[in-house]
Design a protein around this ligand. Structure first.
Ligand SMILES: Cc1ncc(COP(=O)(O)O)c(C=O)c1O
Length: 385
């Protein structure tokens, strides 16, 4: 049958079908809605900078493999992104290197949760405490944030964009640890407030958006190069705003998120046999997941192939069979177009290795058991050859 299983993304909820879900972080953090996750991160950087007014050229530490929006958010505040390598075969930052790159100008460390796998916030928060730095948890790809359970981060970023765990077709949130709210109000006040109206045009957009997620429309949309589906691009952050978001909309989204199937558990089971051939299933072992609930849905399922050649072979076979498996960012941040000039060239061997071997598999509510069987058969065939 003609069609293709999309790589990521869940349906936008109907506003107001569920009201009054308690936000799991509410006891520890105040929620400030923003125009996007990038904007939330940029405000987080501004808050960290405001707490260290003596710093002239603020620096923010981020992983060398990740979303280029992290760079945009930092540059928008006039700060400098400082990249750090990953641990071998892991999406987590190398904490020894984090310690090495800290200077008197460092104001914050951003720990990025990866496709539903938490960063090691306990390790990073120790580093930050020792050096009096802010810890920002970027939970754009994970829901709920790990800091819901243990409020280790000073600031937490959420994204409600397309392809994120909570899809409201845009928007984001900044969670501010209650102890620092008063000191952050002046920064928040710099950014204008606008209202999200879920009127007729929003509802129409939602319907069209949800329709386009089906296999046939995705197959057609992917063939249109000008849409740039799946491309990673660096874009400057030009405006930052706060949002008034209807509570019932977020409640509905959280309610629907909680009802999603735990597809990653099926992959864990079906792909377990390829590990003896040097493939690695990420997030399966406890040591990689320090926070959050292992029983919450993942954004995508992440696998490391033994090398780039086998990864690319698996990607080609899966895509030919109607499964939008993806190399995700494919490159480390210094190699993404438009980013280079902003950063010093330095080697990031573990991040480069990770980028060249990573493959992500769909994990959303439309993945069927038959898709998993097909995917597992293809990958097992390549692994055993
Ligand atoms: C880790 C991470 N942080 C921040 C963002 C930016 O979020 P938004 O697209 O809502 O601006 C993204 C977007 O993909 C992301 O993956």
């Amino acid at each position: 049958m003609l069609g293709k299983l999309r790589p990521v993304g869940s349906r936008v909820p109907r506003p107001g079908c569920s009201a009054g879900v308690k936000l799991s972080w509410e006891d520890h953090y105040r929620t400030e809605f923003t125009g996007s996750g990038t904007e939330a991160l940029s405000i987080a950087v501004a808050i960290a900078m405001a707490h260290r007014p003596e710093v002239r050229e603020p620096e923010v530490i981020i992983p060398a493999y990740g979303c280029p929006d992290l760079i945009s958010a930092i540059l928008a505040q006039g700060a400098k992104p400082v990249l750090v390598d990953l641990l071998p075969e892991s999406p987590c930052m190398n904490d020894a290197q984090v310690r090495d790159v800290i200077t008197t100008e460092t104001v914050a460390v951003v720990g990025v949760d990866f496709l539903g796998i938490s960063e090691r916030l306990d390790v990073l928060s120790q580093v930050c405490r020792d050096r009096n730095l802010f810890l920002i948890e970027d939970s754009a790809q994970s829901f709920p944030p790990a800091s819901s359970d243990r409020p280790l981060a000073d600031l937490v970023v959420l994204s409600f964009g397309r392809g994120k765990p909570i899809n409201l077709m845009g928007g984001g949130a900044l969670l501010i640890r209650r102890e620092i709210v008063d000191r952050s109000l002046a920064v928040l006040g710099r950014y204008p407030l606008s209202e999200v109206v879920t009127g007729l045009s929003w509802k129409l957009k939602r319907s069209v958006f949800n329709l386009l997620m089906a296999r046939l429309p995705f197959f057609i949309l992917e063939k249109m190069p000008f849409l740039g589906i799946g491309e990673t691009r660096f874009r400057k952050l030009k405006t930052i705003s706060r949002l008034e978001l209807p509570e019932a909309l977020l409640s509905s989204a959280i309610f629907e998120f909680g009802a999603r199937p735990l597809i990653h558990k099926l992959y864990d089971r079906e792909l377990q046999s390829i590990e003896v051939f040097g493939w690695k299933l990420l997030g399966k072992r406890k040591s990689e997941s320090t926070g959050g609930d292992p029983d919450t849905p993942r954004l995508r399922y992440a696998v490391l192939a033994p090398d780039k050649e086998l990864r690319d072979q698996a990607l080609r076979s899966l895509n030919r069979s109607g499964i939008a498996a993806s190399a995700f960012y494919d490159k480390t941040l210094p190699h993404i177009e438009g980013v280079e000039e902003a950063l010093k060239e330095k080697p990031f061997p573990c991040a480069d290795d990770f980028a060249s071997r990573l493959m992500t598999l769909p994990c959303h509510e439309d993945v069927k058991e038959s898709d998993i069987s097909l995917i597992a058969n293809i990958i097992r065939g390549i692994a055993q050859n």
